[in-house]
Design a protein around this ligand. Structure first.
Ligand SMILES: Cc1ncc(COP(=O)(O)O)c(C=O)c1O
Length: 476
């Protein structure tokens, strides 16, 4: 069905659902605590209840269709109704619905997926990748990576080499340790985080954090020098690893400036510090190559993947590491007598089977090529809106982009409350039939990788309408 704007209601709930105490919306308010939601505000505006998926569209309880321009949570790369994934899950459910991988047990989907991931990622790093370990979420995979890094330092007889360096605006998850790596205030505030031993350097956001007169490359040099200075101050022998998303996602789609990764990696190499690339959003095509590490010239020791790995149809994540990491870790398990780590559902047969089919489809249908073509169309369309009074910066790569909203282009200021302008534009977009996401005052776009040119144009048209509507409301 074609794109159909609808400007029917202010909050998520309609009058009908508000007055029906047993509606899904009313019961959601009564019984359900949501992640990333203001629970008190939720009592007033309620949820948008999505009932079905159809390609890049999701459909709510009243039959309204929305283009899911965020692929859910940067994740449903194959859209919301891929029958080949349903078939792969059904077949595996019938054959072996559960088995585990503890105590020398295994099953074919986990073996095949481990081999596939190691093979796909090996060209990225000299000497190749060694082994994959399976988890259920990106947060768990980052936590596991931290534990491996620490385990390795102990195995090497360097118990003091444990500190981790991450970046402001980074997103690595929400478990105690991965939330500590995350560099966003709302993931720390009132949770008593970050934990000790996790340090944050400045974000690579040139437009916001570059100094007057500074070029992109000078900014990248400054960020690398800051990293070097921090390592020197802390003591190079105390720093175990540096964490980074090749391109920051949840922090607002921050594309690193030219030469940034090259300079950061030179510093890490100088002090024998491991590099962990968190590819949870970038992985499997999103940046126009199979991995963000390819797009930005990163040679990682550990890669963390999830989301598009199964198109989010099943919960699964993986950590893949090279021999520099795995060699000492495997030796340590030999010394201790076991690897005291593992999740009941890690490498679940249905999840691994769905992931294998997802990767097969991404390759067979050449979705990376579609990302390049439709991503360029999306970014060109957004760039064409640069002169709009509310548009500060348009940024992106491949098929992931963001537009930073401002009310004053000269000072780059938005409204008095940070994030309020982003929320207004995001709400206007949703009223227009497009689901995006506000990361502060930046509106993020990350449609399923199967999106067509016509659907990209519908997203762009709705965004232009939303911008005009909010500008008119603000008197701009
Ligand atoms: C880069 C990155 N790492 C880790 C995570 C955490 O993944 P999960 O929500 O599956 O725990 C996310 C989630 O958005 C992410 O974007």
């Amino acid at each position: 069905m074609a794109f159909a704007p609808h400007f029917k209601h202010e909050g998520c709930m309609t009058q009908t659902t508000l007055t029906a105490p047993n509606s899904a919306e009313a019961r959601d308010i009564r019984f359900h605590l949501h992640g990333y939601t203001n629970a008190r505000l939720h009592e007033t505006i309620g949820p948008l209840v999505i009932e079905r998926g159809d390609g890049v569209y999701v459909i709510d309880g009243e039959g309204r269709r929305y283009i899911e321009a965020m692929a859910g949570l940067w994740s449903a790369g194959l859209g919301f109704s891929e029958q080949r994934l349903v078939a792969a899950a059904t077949e595996q459910m019938n054959k072996l619905p559960f088995y585990h991988t503890f105590t020398h047990k295994s099953h074919n989907p986990a073996i095949d997926l481990a081999e596939k991931l190691v093979t796909m990622m090996s060209p990225l790093t000299p000497g190749g990748m060694s082994k994959a370990f399976f988890c259920n979420s990106g947060s768990e995979a980052n936590d596991t990576a931290i534990k491996l890094v620490w385990y390795r330092s102990n195995a090497l007889g360097k118990p003091e080499k444990k500190k981790l360096i991450s970046r402001q605006r980074a997103y690595h998850g929400i478990t105690l340790a991965s939330a500590s790596l995350t560099g966003l205030p709302n993931n720390h505030r009132s949770f008593d985080l970050p934990m000790a031993g996790v340090l944050h350097v400045g974000s690579p956001h040139f437009w916001r954090e570059g100094l007057p007169g500074e070029t992109e490359e000078q900014f990248a040099t400054r960020r690398a020098e800051e990293l070097d200075a921090l390592i020197q101050a802390e003591g190079p022998d105390t720093i175990a690893a540096f964490w980074g998303e090749p391109l920051m996602g949840a922090g607002g789609v921050i594309v690193p400036p030219a030469t940034y990764w090259e300079k950061i990696q030179a510093v890490l190499a100088k002090y024998d510090i491991l590099l962990v690339a968190d590819e949870v959003i970038c992985g499997f095509g999103r940046t126009g190559n199979m991995f963000g590490c390819e797009t930005f010239g990163i040679q990682p020791d550990i890669m963390v993947v999830s989301k598009q790995l199964s198109s989010s149809y099943m919960p699964i994540a993986a950590l893949v590491a090279n021999e520099r990491v795995m060699g000492p870790v495997l030796d340590e398990t030999g010394r201790i007598g076991t690897f005291g780590h593992g999740f009941t559902a890690g490498g679940h047969p249905v999840a691994t089977a769905v992931a294998l089919e997802t990767l097969r489809i991404i390759e067979a249908d050449d979705l990376v090529a579609n990302v390049r073509v439709q991503g360029a169309r999306l970014r060109a369309g957004l760039a064409a809106l640069a002169d709009h009074p509310l548009v500060g910066e348009v940024r992106g790569v491949g098929m992931i982009a963001a537009v930073e909203m401002v009310t004053d282009k000269a000072t780059k200021r938005a409204l008095d409350t940070p994030g309020a302008l982003g929320t207004l534009v995001n709400k206007a977009l949703q009223d227009g039939g497009i689901i995006c996401r506000a990361a502060g005052d930046a509106i993020a776009f990350c449609p399923p990788m199967i999106v067509t040119g016509e659907q990209i144009d519908a997203i762009l048209a709705a965004f232009a309408v939303a911008l005009d509507r909010v500008a008119a409301d603000l008197g701009l």
